[in-house]
Design a binder for this molecule. Sequence first.
Ligand SMILES: [Zn+2]
Ligand SMILES: [Zn+2]
Length: 158
Amino acid sequence: MKPAIIVDYNRAKGAVDLSDQMAEYQTPLRKTLKWYKKIAFDLILNVAMVNALVLYKTVTNKHIAIVDLRKEILKSFLAKSSTSEAPLERTIRKKHVLQKKEGPSLKVRRMCVLCYKNNVSIFGRALARNKTKKVPTFCDTCIDKPFLCVECFTNVHV
Ligand SMILES: [Zn+2]
Ligand SMILES: [Zn+2]
């Protein structure tokens, strides 16, 4: 016949003990930190991690070691921060795709505009036309949808 408050306390304490126990298996805290910093970091690093772990298990119904979950979370943080540092480069790389002229106009081939430019500078305008290979590939994302060989496409887009 325990009073309800004791039952509740024990139940809650049990959860806290479990949290401590789970966090204890693996902690990134250094032994030299001041105790109040330890508490702050413990809240951020360990309690939050244990909460995340419990959520992860509840939602996915899968088991994951706390150290692995920590790594996964760190990875996602790192991925996000590198995206925000170079957003332009990433959008260019993502958006521009070399496409092939296909369908009824199957035989559409044109000079790679960059090879042509390059050949003009080497051989002059009169000869460049014969020297330049014709390709079926073009960049659909560039404003003037230029025909490009794979090599030149890669050079200007990556
Ligand atoms: Zn080219
Ligand atoms: Zn492009």
